[in-house]
Design a binder for this molecule. Sequence first.
Ligand code: KG4
Ligand code: ZN
Length: 394
Amino acid sequence: MIILAIETSCDETALSIIQTNDTNTNFKVLSDLVISQIDIHAEYGGVFPALAKREHTKNLIPLLKKASLETAEKTTQVRIDLDVEKEKQIEEILRREPELAKSLLDFIQKNNLPKIDLIMVTHGPGLAPALWVGVNFARALSVACNCNILPVNHMEGHITSIILKDDYRENLEALYPLPDFKFPLISLLISGGHTQIILVKDWCNYEILGETIDDAAGEAFDKVARMLGYSYPGGPHISKHAKNGKENDEIQLPRPMLHSKDYRFSFSGLKTAARYLIENLKETEKLDEQTTADICREFEHAVTEVLIKKTMNAIHEHEARGLIIAGGVSANTFIKESFTKKLAAHDLPLYLPEKHMCGDNSLMIATAGFINLIKNKKPLEAGSDFSAIGNLKL
Ligand code: KG4
Ligand code: ZN
């Protein structure tokens, strides 16, 4: 089965093509593409939904074209002959993105496509205008290809991204067996929009144990980075400068909710404490390069300490057999190293996404969709109506 996966929930437009084996118990990656809008949003210090929508609208056809070319030799190619009724249906589905309808119809007329058996698409959570472009595009394409369509949860995508092995990029044709997990697992999801501790009872069976009551961990990284003059996304800047940071008695930040006996987080107070600290240092002209690095280090330590404490509590309470860390912030070296040490001390496995898969991508949508298929979730018929849901729950 040839499966096309689409992700447009935030500031990455991503599209990939995978091929499952004859029994649909495994798959290989045929094409994996992403266009990042980071440079476009950097000016605004964060993601601007209307801009994200515009960029997704522009990017989807070039990605489909490139993926079609990349897979031309590995798949059966078809030239789709659309009748007037189907053309009308596509235009109706994409009535809010008329330029996308036009370029899709134009593309189909002039190009061969791989014979797609199923389309998977993120339908939430994320920025609603951005999600809608992906959902409508996927529905329209399913009409053209006359194939089923499967809506996928973005957060489940982050969690399941860990089933792909580290060498998937160098070795795109290799097969990726599901590791022999032992459930239950705890999953710590840390991204720009979410900070959640999830009990994974089995694939497709999740319970959110707790989440942030205000800012997400990634959001806190981005905001503190901005105060220090770094561009969006701030996480990688903080991480880089923290490496030069030293312990400094004058640079102290709180560990919010460290001792609250639940799995909730709060990062807004930490952000405010960082703001006062930075303003003070600026006023007294003490904010030099070393002090900036010390702040990055202290901030990273504060976030990590809280994440570790709550996550370990959850692991112990639920007698979890391992930990999955996923989401954009899971790219952070210090967080990764700290958890690696902690889990090793408890003799428990730690599952992390391959480094290219920490941020948003469409392969993770393929992994989540694939696992849903294995768990017997039924896809919808071509063109079926379903919504993008900004605050979709797991
Ligand atoms: O999962 P993701 O790509 O998008 C969302 O769904 O939100 O996560 C993006 C977040 C941003 O806040 C970014 O600053 C953060 O992940 N991030 C990092 C690092 N790399 C990305 N945070 C800390 N350290 C990093 N190395
Ligand atoms: Zn994400």
